[in-house]
Design a protein around this ligand. Structure first.
Ligand SMILES: Nc1ncnc2c1ncn2[C@@H]1O[C@H](COP(=O)(O)OP(=O)(O)OP(=O)(O)O)[C@@H](O)[C@H]1O
Ligand SMILES: [Mg+2]
Length: 400
């Protein structure tokens, strides 16, 4: 019998350190984000001399380096804190997994009093603990809320954190840094919560192809064996990603997949591997996105994909010169109703349906535009951002 373990060890690979290419890796150096990093540091810096810093809201499309830049800044803050014992601290909360005021409060409590388990505590108790610990330590404390749009009761959380500052002595402060890739969510906040969170705002622009070449270059050097990756392959991966969203995460995924294909072919990573990887990565992205959708969102997406694929709508479709299909919102709603019933569920009202479209757009699965005057008045038009067959395939897989 073959020893699979031994084979695995002997298998030749072009990867040197896959970890460097993973999305969780925080590089020491973030090319083309130097200015943004400096600006965030300058915003927070007054806290080191006990002056109240502005709250900061950072937004920009997915994969533009928001989380990485913030983590970089927090590392620098940690260094200074250790060196000078300054009374400054922070908690980093990923609101994708901690998506309520209560859960954020627990994360704050855990940071302020490490080693204790606060699950099951009353919210008022956690609030009191926050005030007590921060005043006791005479501290400036930052709450970093990554993916802040995911917090369900954000208005209340913002209110609580602002009120804390009214109740704390002037030698203490609670600052908030919000990060989001949802460009429209802040419009849904209360005026007061919005003005608190957005005292200062920063936009992270998508990367262009040249910037992505620099970003990928540093990772390729550490992640792959010397000489294993063609320069042209990096250039084409950067070009695809820039064309798409200017998303560095996508660019890295493309290179990993292309590296795996190169390994399977037993050769170098060339332009061909990147081209082939593109389709596989899109499939993975669609699958991942669909895993995370609730049923209703999945039905709306499925309706869009089916109409895109088969057409046959009552009103006809808007065909773009590029051959891409634009659907009318009304026909999609009708299709959504029938799809939902087919899956044995009750469709929701048109008001909910609008929300679902908004969510799908935020996730980058669709884009919506208002049609100009002339085509049946002003209508919302919807365009799928991924190949329709990949989407219907992934949905079917999910409900199998
Ligand atoms: N300037 C950069 N230099 C090096 N790597 C980068 C840079 N920008 C982004 N990356 C890499 O791209 C990936 C995505 O970056 P990051 O997670 O910071 O994006 P994000 O803006 O937070 O995206 P999202 O909105 O989806 O959370 C990470 O692997 C990160 O290391
Ligand atoms: Mg992020």
């Amino acid at each position: 019998m073959q020893n699979v373990f031994e084979e695995e060890l002997q298998r030749s690979t072009i990867f040197q350190d896959r970890n460097v290419l993973s999305p969780h890796y925080v590089p020491d150096h973030l090319p083309h984000r130097e200015q943004e990093i400096t600006r965030i540091m300058k915003t927070l810096a007054p806290a080191l001399s006990q002056k109240r810093p502005n709250n900061l809201f950072v937004y920009g499309k997915t994969g533009t380096g928001k989380t990485s830049s913030l983590k970089h800044v927090l590392e620098k803050l940690e260094e200074v804190k250790a060196k000078y014992s300054t009374p400054v601290d922070y908690v980093y909360v990923n609101c994708h997994t901690h998506n309520t005021k209560y859960q954020v409060l627990i994360k704050i409590a855990e940071k302020l009093k490490p080693g204790e388990d606060f699950r099951g505590y009353q919210p008022t108790h956690l609030h009191d603990l926050l005030l007590k610990e921060i005043s006791r330590k005479k501290m400036f404390f930052f709450v970093v809320l990554d993916e802040v749009d995911k917090v369900k009761d954000l208005n209340e959380l913002m209110y609580l954190l602002t009120r804390a500052n009214d109740e704390l002595p002037s030698s203490c402060h609670v600052g908030v840094i919000g990060i989001s890739n949802n460009l429209t969510f802040k419009e849904k906040l209360d005026a007061r919560a919005k003005s608190t969170l957005c005292q200062e705002e920063m936009v992270f622009d998508p990367y262009d192809a040249k910037q992505l070449v620099a970003i990928l270059g540093e990772r390729v050097e550490k992640g792959f064996r010397k000489g294993a990756v063609d320069d042209k392959a990096v250039a084409i991966a950067a070009a695809f990603s820039a064309q798409d969203q200017g998303d560095a995460r996508y660019a890295l995924r493309l290179l990993i997949k292309a590296g795996e294909l190169a390994d399977a072919n037993g050769g170098k990573l060339r332009e061909e591997e990147v081209r082939a990887a593109r389709s596989a990565v899109e499939e993975d992205i669609v699958l991942d996105a669909i895993q995370g959708l609730n049923d209703q969102l999945t039905f709306v997406l499925y309706a869009i994909a089916e109409l895109t694929q088969n057409g046959g709508s009552r009103y006809g479709r808007l065909q773009e010169p590029t051959g891409e299909v634009n659907l009318y919102s009304g026909e999609v709603y009708e299709k959504y109703e029938s799809v939902t019933k087919k899956f044995g569920k009750q469709p929701k009202s048109a008001r909910w349906y609008r929300e679902y479209l908004n969510d799908l757009e935020t996730m980058g699965l669709i884009t919506t535009t208002m049609s100009g005057p002339g085509t049946r008045g002003q209508t919302l038009c919807i365009k799928l951002q991924f190949p329709a067959d990949k989407v219907t395939g992934a949905v079917k897989k999910r409900f199998e």
